[in-house]
Design a protein around this ligand. Sequence first.
Ligand code: PMP
Length: 362
Amino acid sequence: MTAPYNFSAGPAMLPRAVLERAQEELRSWRGSGISVMEISHRDPAFVQMAQKAEQDLRALMAIPENYQVLFMHGGGRGQFTAVPQNIAAANDTVDYLDTGVWSEFAIREAGKFVAKVNVVGGAIDTAKGRAIAPTETWALSPNAAYFHYCPNETVDGVALHQIPQHPSAPLVADMSSSILSEPLAVEKFGVLYAGAQKNIGPSGFAIAIVRDDLLGRAQANTSTIMDYTVQAKERSMYNTPNTWAWYLSGLVFEWLQEQGGVAAMGQKNQRKADLLYNYIDSSDYYRNPVHPDYRSKMNVPFLLADATRDDAFLAAAEQQGLLGLKGHRFVGGMRASIYNAMPLEGVVALVDFMREFEQKHT
Ligand code: PMP
């Protein structure tokens, strides 16, 4: 694959093969003469496609039978509201780990629906860069209704590579920017969710994977479309689902299977991340602000030694077809998001460009 390479954090690059197939099928899905967007979600052909997408995701992630896979509305932030309403009672305490920007948004949202959000600990600054406080320092509540964390902070580029443990509460994870990027022990979680626009498909869509015993607990005034129990019972078709996003996600799942599944993805993603971090670490011109043990394999923020050159860097990168490298507006600098769809060649092209830029400006 050749440039352009899109390093956007999300909506992010989709596999080119998936876009080509969607293009081929756009006006006439399965020879019907109409688009998949124009048929009823109750049409047997659509239902069959939707169920296959679910089965493919179950196979890819080895999701145990006692979990529901829900295709929800409202992206990642929709799940920030869905989780407390579905899993906790209004007078409950919930535990949250605060590792960065997205954890903080989740914490604020949870506070609207429960009596107490206990922030157990979170990101810390160390001599080797941004890290996460050691687990033994976390102030976990004995009576938490659940324990929420974000394994991969998309803005900060901070990741927790081990699955944390809570002595009593089910684990809930925001996997918006890390789902399907490597093998995962789903059975260790009560709820996993992800906004779709990074490793799955179009934005506005979300997948929630919910253990059966956590259903039936929704607060009485939970909005029905966000109610896990209703959506589980209705096979995610309580109201009209985002049919286009569901279809496209299904194509991505098929593509992932063709690539060798999440194990193969995990190896490829490790190679991409190693290549980029090794180059950044070897250079005096670029710097990644995260402690090596807590670096994200999906989102790699980096700073130029001379920040007055940021705009020139971005403009020159864009000219070479290296797109979407501007850092999040909260933190500035640069960020390369290297999700599943980013080929190794894209990272090689980025490193070559960074090296040339460094040589020209030092
Ligand atoms: N969680 C994480 C980790 C994210 O990266 C994002 C979006 N970048 C969100 C939640 C919010 O997702 P959305 O914009 O779909 O609401």
